[in-house]
Every structure is written in structure tokens, then in C-alpha cells.
Ligand binder design. Structure first.
Ligand code: HEM
Length: 54
């Protein structure tokens, strides 16, 4: 998937995910122009709800 990560297995904290989605990182674009801070928080909560351990 073009270098994108399996987010269900990401070890990042909520705060680190918010930073990645806001600012972007490596090959990933930032979403601060497209999403409000509240919307980014909601997307990160959704991603975290998909998390599996192992
Ligand atoms: C709103 C939609 C998106 C969300 C919530 C999201 C979330 C994330 C998160 C949390 C990470 C860090 C994962 C980790 O290090 O464990 C990540 C990494 C990454 N994402 Fe996204 N992403 C989104 C859209 C995209 C898009 C559209 C692209 C490609 C065009 C993309 C490409 C990448 C890449 C390449 C990385 C690895 C960056 C690096 O480690 O240098 N993502 N994403």
C-alpha cells in the first residue's frame, strides 16, 4: 500500500497519531487544511477503535 502503515497495529499513542494526521510524515500528506482539529481527533479515535494487539 505505497508505504502506508497497518493502522490497526500502529504502536503510536493518540497524541502521536494526531501529530501524524495533522502534519503528515514521510510519504503521508498532512490533513490540517482538510480537517478541523476536532475532525482529526474523531478520525484518530476511529483508527484506535480498530486496534488489535499482537
Ligand atoms: C485521514 C486519513 C489517514 C489517516 C487517519 C492516517 C493515519 C496514519 C498514521 C496514524 C500513521 C502512523 C502509523 C505508524 O507509524 O504506526 C500513518 C503513516 C503513514 N501514512 Fe497515513 N493516514 C491517512 C491517510 C494517508 C494517505 C492519503 C496516505 C498516502 C497518500 C498515507 C500514507 C502514509 C504513509 C506513507 C505513512 C508512513 C509514514 C512514515 O512512517 O514515514 N496516509 N498514517
Amino acid at each position: 500500500m505505497g508505504g502506508a502503515k497497518n493502522l490497526a497495529r500502529s504502536p503510536l499513542s493518540r497524541e502521536e497519531m494526531i501529530a501524524v494526521v495533522t502534519q503528515g510524515k514521510g510519504g503521508m500528506p498532512g490533513f490540517r487544511a482538510a480537517l478541523s482539529p476536532d475532525e482529526i481527533g474523531q478520525v484518530v479515535e476511529h483508527v484506535r477503535s480498530l486496534h488489535v494487539d499482537h
